[in-house]
Write a protein that binds this ligand. Structure first.
Ligand code: CXF
Length: 362
């Protein structure tokens, strides 16, 4: 079939909406009409840094309606509302023990440019157009393996749900699936973008009585307070380590670092109390830390977390249940754009004007 998709032809080029041929679905795949798709920083990385082959259709927070299922698919049917998440093999030890976010084929399946059978579904003038995250949701339709497709309730606005498949589950899952703060413990969240704000909402659900929000934009700190932060500090205006330690009786039990900025990573370690645990979820360049003083001497630990250590088919329906119960108002992060305005949506994400742009298809 012919679809309209935003093609990235070469590294760093703007998105260009063009007609593309989409084939399939194969036996374990489904064809989805995309209703809306989130814009994530990792799409900008895919566009600008050459992490995947070009030409490519990016997009990895797609939500839509199943139009067709492959012959082996029994769990999903045409008409189902679905969210797509990251691709994983479903067979390695990490997938089998409930940690598909560290699937041994994660990089190949999400950044390798192809589906799990190493072929592409998108073509233009006889050339393969590469796949991103096993979905390529920046198009009117997409093919995905049934494994990374999550069926969702029909009584919520489907256009809102795409970001649950990546950015939002990353923040919320880091708190609820990985750190699991005990009731009454404190947490600091560095960076109040979509990931950090989702971590803050999750910390409130977990019952943390002190939730510290750190950012350099007052408007984001205001939103953080609205979503559950009990303290909010602007890192450009105050010494955040000093403020957190003073307000939390010597440091927080937990931290979530979303910025990937080395001095902020250090702050996040320094503002932990002894035995505190920091989850690193921002892509961080090579940097040095004082392992003895910042970790060992006070029994602190630092862990990396991808996609909130989520099993999307379990966790996304849980997040939707929290949303329906009024406990996880992630819609406050979202601003809708028409698909045609994709380049503007990326600019607004980069400048910080919009926390989470979501592209809607007409
Ligand atoms: C990504 C973050 C970088 C590592 C792979 C997963 N998640 C969302 O974009």
């Amino acid at each position: 079939m012919k679809i309209q998709a935003a093609v990235t032809h070469a590294q760093g080029q703007d998105f260009s909406i063009e007609e593309v041929a989409l084939s399939g679905p194969q036996a374990n795949e489904v064809l989805i009409r995309i209703v809306a798709t989130g814009v994530c920083h990792t799409d900008a990385v895919g566009r600008d840094l050459g992490v995947s082959p070009y030409p490519i259709v990016l997009g990895h927070e797609g939500a839509g309606i199943i139009e067709q299922v492959g012959e082996n698919v029994t769990r999903l049917a045409p008409g189902d509302h679905v969210v797509m998440s990251f691709a994983h093999c479903g067979q390695c030890d990490n997938c089998l023990t409930g940690h598909p976010t560290v699937c041994s084929s994660f990089n190949d399946l999400n950044f390798g440019g192809h589906m799990d059978d190493h072929t592409c579904r998108l073509h233009q003038d006889g050339t393969d157009i590469h796949t991103f995250f096993g979905q390529s949701s920046f198009g009117t339709h997409a093919i995905a393996h049934e494994r990374n497709v999550v069926k969702v309730d029909k009584d919520v606005d489907l256009a809102l749900l795409g970001p649950l498949g990546c950015g939002i589950q990353t923040g919320a899952g880091t708190v609820l699936n990985r750190l699991k703060p005990e009731f009454g413990t404190s947490i600091a969240v560095y960076g109040c973008g979509a990931v950090g704000l989702s971590a803050i909402m999750a910390a409130k659900i977990a019952g943390c009585p002190q939730i510290f929000a750190l950012d350099v934009h007052d408007s984001r700190l205001e939103l953080a307070r609205e979503l559950g932060a009990t303290h909010a500090f602007n890192g450009k205006q105050v010494d955040v380590v000093k403020e957190i330690k003073a307000a939390s009786n010597g440091g927080t039990h937990y931290a979530v670092e979303t910025t990937g900025v080395p001095p902020v990573v250090r702050q996040c370690l320094h503002a932990l109390r002894p035995l505190g645990q920091a989850a690193i979820v921002g892509v961080t360049p090579e940097m040095s830390i004082d392992v003895h003083n910042d970790l060992m001497a006070e029994g602190k630990s630092m862990i990396g977390v991808i996609e909130g250590d989520s099993v999307p088919r379990v966790f996304i329906p849980q997040l939707i249940a929290f949303y329906k119960a009024g406990k996880f108002p992630f819609d406050k992060l979202i601003k809708f754009y028409e698909f045609e305005d994709i380049n503007q949506a990326f600019e607004d994400s980069k400048s910080g004007v919009t926390v989470k742009p979501v592209l809607k298809f007409g």
